[in-house]
Design a binder for this molecule. Structure first.
Ligand code: GDP
Ligand code: GDP
Length: 439
């Protein structure tokens, strides 16, 4: 399974990070429906450039309110980038020139050994400003790439340099026989406790597997003759942090962990119920296309009656309506309740995530679906569905050929999806649909 590389942008406030984000936003592939109910902040974004897909992360949290904190904030940003990214874009501003904080952060980035690409922004006039760009060689992190984010100039060369550093994991793919599971969720829901209990005596290695970040610890486990790698996002807790900053950090780390995984287990605290913050984290897993299990933890603390499971499930389905495919399990890391069952569930959703359905059977289902419910029409023109085929797995992605894309409403796609799910289950995995026109 190939994973997306992660590119983090580090830079002082106002150097133009958001502007670069916006410049690259246009290339976002639109096969994923926007996740309803989840506010989309600009912290991370998928970028498609030439044949490369990657996730861009803005590590710049909130605006510092005084000059004194800029450096400490930048160090923090740089550390997040070092922890999570495959490649770091260090952005500076040609108009402001080289600053002391730039030099200090450059030192820190250089020592990390991560690939760093130096991006000099606001070079709006390449002839006039090019001499000023040379100054940035002094940072000691190599060749500066001049861009004008606002005019979208120089971005091609910058990205070419960025992608040249990408980790190519195609070789490892075939040898990789371990299922990778990211344990995600708010602080204190019990992520670490679950992992500790799951690994119990089965722990193989706790180590710095290549690509392991300092925060996200990978633990490889053998259970029933199969290998599992748990990616923990709990890690260190930072004291005295403002809420927004903590949340930003949590999101960045979740994106990083989910990207490396096949399956995300979203842990929810049974005592609190499902919250807005849970929804935000769920949105990350949803958009990544990974298989999802929702684990309601601390179930031992709940006064239960016959309706508890049903009511809890209803709550989750309402709040996280965009991921109705997710499996739900009620567990306790404290007592160990249903943790063994969690392994079975991981196997099941992992198989579904990689499931392939033959074109013949798919077309039978679609033909029948069309007979049962007439496709939508507009101004006398009726939607025709010609052909369906499965293009890829992880997640299962289907291409439907139709006469007119505009007629294919989301609700009808959802209907087809439901018919496919009825036939094959696909429990725990999202399905994606690409609608193509064939004249
Ligand atoms: P951030 O704080 O790093 O995210 O910076 P922003 O993207 O918000 O940009 C800060 C300011 O710099 C805004 O007023 C932008 O319009 C401006 N800016 C960004 N890119 C360029 C550029 O390429 N040239 C010029 N002249 N201004 C830019
Ligand atoms: P994390 O921040 O998500 O990794 O959460 P931790 O694993 O550190 O757990 C936070 C707190 O909840 C700790 O005090 C745990 O002992 C407690 N805890 C975790 N799981 C359970 C559970 O299933 N039941 C109960 N009663 N407490 C739990």
């Amino acid at each position: 399974m190939s994973r997306k590389n992660i590119v983090a942008v580090v830079g002082r406030p106002n150097v133009g990070k958001s502007t670069l984000f916006n410049a690259l936003a246009g290339s976002r592939i639109a096969i994923v429906q926007d996740t309803p109910g989840v506010t989309r902040d600009r912290i991370y974004q998928d970028v498609e450039w030439l044949n490369h897909n990657f996730t861009l992360i803005d590590t710049g949290g909130i605006e510092p309110d005084s000059k004194d904190v800029i450096l400490s904030q930048m160090r923090e940003q740089a550390q997040i980038a070092i922890d999570t990214a495959d490649v770091i874009i260090f952005m500076v501003d040609v108009k402001q020139g080289l600053t002391d904080s730039d030099s200090k952060v450059a030192d820190m980035l250089r020592k990390s050994g991560k690939p760093i690409v130096l991006c000099v922004n606001k070079v709006d006039n390449f002839n006039r400003d090019s001499l000023d760009v040379y100054e940035f060689y002094n940072l000691g992190i190599g060749e500066p790439f001049p861009i004008s984010a606002i005019n979208k100039q120089g971005i091609g060369d910058l990205l070419e340099e960025v992608v040249s550093h990408f980790v190519k994991d195609s070789v490892n793919d075939t040898e990789d026989d371990t299922t990778k599971i990211a344990i995600i969720g708010k602080p204190n829901v019990g992520k670490s406790s679950i992992i500790n209990k799951l690994i119990g005596e089965n722990r193989l290695i706790v180590s710095d597997i290549a690509g392991t970040t300092r925060d996200a610890i990978d633990t490889e486990v053998k259970y029933n003759g199969k290998k599992y790698t748990f990616i923990d996002t709990a890690g260190l807790r930072r004291k005295n942090k403002i809420k927004d900053e903590l949340e930003h950090y949590m999101i960045v780390r979740t994106v990083g962990a989910v990207e490396r995984a096949d399956i995300a287990i979203l842990v929810i605290n049974a005592e609190e119920g499902v919250t807005e913050q849970d929804a935000k984290i769920a949105g990350i897993a949803h958009e990544s296309g990974k298989a999802v299990i929702i684990a309601v933890n601390k179930w031992d603390l709940i006064e239960k009656d016959n309706h508890s499971v049903k009511e809890f499930t209803k709550d989750i389905r309402n709040t996280l309506a965009f991921m109705n495919y997710a499996e739900i399990i009620f567990i306790s890391a404290e007592t160990g309740q249903r943790l063994v069952k969690l392994y079975d569930m991981i196997d099941m959703v992992s198989e579904n995530h990689a499931l392939r359905v033959s074109t013949g059977v798919l077309n039978e289902i679609m033909t029948q679906a069309v007979v049962m419910q007439q496709p939508p029409s507009d101004k006398g023109k009726i939607l025709k569905l010609y052909y369906i085929t499965q293009a890829s797995v992880k997640p299962p992605t289907f291409v439907i050929f139709v006469n007119d894309k505009k007629l294919m409403h989301f609700s009808y796609t959802r209907y087809i999806e439901n018919q496919i799910r009825e036939a094959f289950g696909f429990k725990g995995t999202p399905l994606r649909f690409i609608i193509r026109e064939r004249k």
